[in-house]
Structure formats: C-alpha cells, structure tokens
Design a protein around this ligand. Structure first.
Ligand SMILES: Cc1ncc(COP(=O)(O)O)c(C=O)c1O
Length: 371
C-alpha cells in the first residue's frame, strides 16, 4: 500500500465540478488579474480570520516581505523570528533590507521561545515574526506583551496555520498582520502559488494593495516603488471554493492526528507532538521524533510511505545565513530537533487503512530499535 505525504489529486476530485464552473465564468469574463474573484476571496478570508482586511499577494514569501516593508521595516532594522522555520521566513526579512535574528524554539511546540525573546531585542529591533509552525500557534500572549512593552510590531507567519486558534482567536488576527501561503500542499492551497496578508490596520492594507500592484494607487499613479505580486484571479477563485471546506478538512486532519497519537502512544522511542491546551492545532504537519530518524525514514519509504523532514538543516547552518545572530549563541533545541524530527503523512484525504499502515510500519521499526 502506498501512502502519499499529501494527496492533491484526491482533493481536486472533491471540488472538481465547482472548480470547472468557476473557471468557465472567469475565463468567459476574461478577468485574470485582480478583479472580483480576488476581492471576493479577500473578503471571505478576512471574515474567516476575524480581521477587517485581507490583501492577496503572489506567495507566502511575498506576504511576509511586503508586510514588513509596508510596516516600515528596512535597512538597519532587526527583525526577530524563530530559529526553526522554513527559510522563506528569514529570506523575507533579508529581502525587506533588514537583519534577521533567530531565537531558539521550545521543545514542547517547536515555536519561538518567549522566554528568550527579550535577550534578542536591541535598540535596532523593529519587529517580531512568530511562526505558527506545523499548524500550532506560537505562544502569542507573552510575545504580544513583550512587543507592546518595547514598541515592536508583530507580524505572524501563519503560512502553516490556516484556521488555527490561540485562546479562541484565529491565527492571522493575533498580531498587527498575519501572513499566509497558499502553496498547494497547505491546509488552504491554490493550484499553484498564492499568499495573503490579513490585518485590522487599514493604512497597512492600503499600502500593501499598492506594493503588490507596482506601487499604484490608481491607474498610472505610483506613490511607491512597488512589486508585481498580485494574487492571480484563477487562484483566488480556487481558494474561495476551498475556503468553504477548510474547517471540515482541518477537522479531518485533527481526527487523523488523534488516531496517530492514540495508536503510537506506546511505540518505544517515538516522541509524539504535544498540543498546548489553549490552542487549536490544525496539523499542517504531524511531526514525531526518533533518535534513529534517518533509518526510520528509510524504513517508511521502503514501504511506500511518504514521509518528510521539516526541516533537516537549521537556518543558522545554511550558507545563505552564515553568521546570523541567534539567541542563544547556539540553539540547542533547534539543532537537536533537526536530527530527530520526522513528518508522517498528513492530509484530510487519508483513510483509516492508510493510517493503520503507517502506524504498523512505525511500530515495527520502533520495536526493532529499542536502545
Ligand atoms: C513557515 C513558512 N513561511 C513561509 C512560507 C513561504 O510561503 P510560499 O511558499 O507561499 O512563498 C512557507 C511555505 O512554504 C512556510 O511554511
């Protein structure tokens, strides 16, 4: 039996008819850039996240970069983010002209450790970018409190956390702005690339609308030097449709996560992911840990099971960011995690049989590798 890491073809089948109808309408209207499809999706997604505004952009990376620029972050500024994240978070800080500073994460949730945050703040710090990694919100209350005390902006990287909540409030509506990716494999994914920024700040949203559209306020009037980073109308049409299913799909992810957690609870040497009591985790990734991770990965792959590592090399060890300041100077939790973490197949279209197959393979490996 093969178990794919994600199954986008199955998801397409679930919405096939509706997608074709939307595309037919869009193509007949000949409206491919911005227009009603983008606006309708933006309104729906803002309402979903509980924010006043949403601005669609070309990718999650652009959502981060453009929101930093729109918030006034630039050369000479420092931006604090998590040491254990996808590299796009840190690239965005760099491309906004600022200096990234990477804070180690907690072993409990692999998110930014708020206890380390104040040590990372200097007189040059302008913003904090907490990442809601794997679908579980970062510990936002202390992060927001520290940010307020130091007059810093908080821009959430919610690229892996569509629909996740922290104390009952959705990610993307917790900080000054929230950045989303609609890369196909995300909990809410397009048929290509896409992203969005959610915010309650009308001025920030206006600035973002200009920045994404060649710096234009109205046709051929350019108050800003902008980018071409528009969310494509066809992607917006797909996203508007899929948004209707997001809660149902997240509930299925939660169901399969519970199955994994129950069935792997006594697997020797397997460390299961922990969920904070005051959050709703949307399980973009289901990440376990094992000391023989590479051998476990090979064993799973041999049995047709798609597994992955998110992420195998910490950013501070990547050539692109050699010499980046980290807090502490070595990041023990991030560094240790990189050698142990393994993401099991996780998507809403899994079957109970597939989960049982994965569980059986992990148990078999764990039993034969008792240290
Ligand atoms: C945590 C995180 N930040 C940023 C991004 C960048 O998003 P995109 O691939 O849409 O540019 C991703 C997506 O891969 C991500 O997982």
């Amino acid at each position: 039996m093969n178990v794919q890491f994600v199954d986008l073809a199955a998801q397409y089948q679930a919405i096939r008819e509706d997608v074709h109808r939307e595309f037919e309408q869009l193509m007949s209207r000949g409206s491919f850039v911005l227009g009603p499809a983008v606006q309708q999706f933006e309104e729906a997604f803002a309402a979903y996240c509980g924010t006043k505004h949403c601005v669609g952009v070309a990718s999650g990376a652009d959502a981060l970069q453009l929101s930093l620029i729109a918030a006034g972050v630039g050369p000479g500024d420092e931006v604090i983010t998590a040491a254990n994240t996808f590299i796009a978070t840190v690239n965005a800080v760099h491309h906004a002209g600022a200096i990234p500073v990477l804070v180690d994460v907690t072993a409990a949730d692999f998110n930014m450790d708020p206890a380390l945050l104040e040590q990372a703040i200097t007189e040059r710090t302008k913003a904090i970018v907490p990442v809601h990694l794997y679908g579980q919100p970062a510990e936002m209350d202390p992060i927001m409190e520290i940010a307020a005390r130091h007059g810093l902006l908080v821009i959430e990287d919610a690229c892996q956390a569509h629909g996740a909540t922290y104390r009952g409030r959705r990610g993307g509506g917790l900080g000054h702005a929230g950045c989303f990716s609609f890369y196909p494999a995300k909990n809410l994914g397009s048929f290509g690339e896409g992203g969005a920024v959610t915010t309650n700040d009308a001025a920030l949203a206006d600035e973002l609308r200009m920045l994404r559209n060649v710096g234009q306020s109205e046709k051929y009037i350019h108050p800003l030097a902008g980018f071409n980073s528009r969310l494509q109308s066809m992607q917006a049409a797909v996203l508007k449709l899929k948004l209707r299913y997001l809660d149902e799909w997240n509930a299925l992810r939660q169901h399969f996560a519970e199955r994994y957690r129950d069935l792997l609870a006594d697997a020797p040497g397997v460390v299961l992911p922990k969920v904070k009591p005051h959050v709703e985790h949307v399980w973009h990734l289901f990440v376990i840990q094992h000391f023989e991770r590479d051998a476990l990965l090979s064993a799973l792959q041999e049995q047709g099971i798609g597994a992955g590592i998110h992420y195998p090399i910490p950013i501070a060890q990547q050539e692109a960011f050699r010499g980046v300041r980290t807090v502490p100077a070595v990041t023990p939790v991030t560094d240790a995690a990189a050698g142990r973490i393994l993401s099991l197949p996780m998507h809403p279209h899994l079957t109970e049989e597939q989960v049982a197959h994965v569980v059986e393979a992990v148990h078999a490996f764990a039993q034969s590798n008792i240290s």
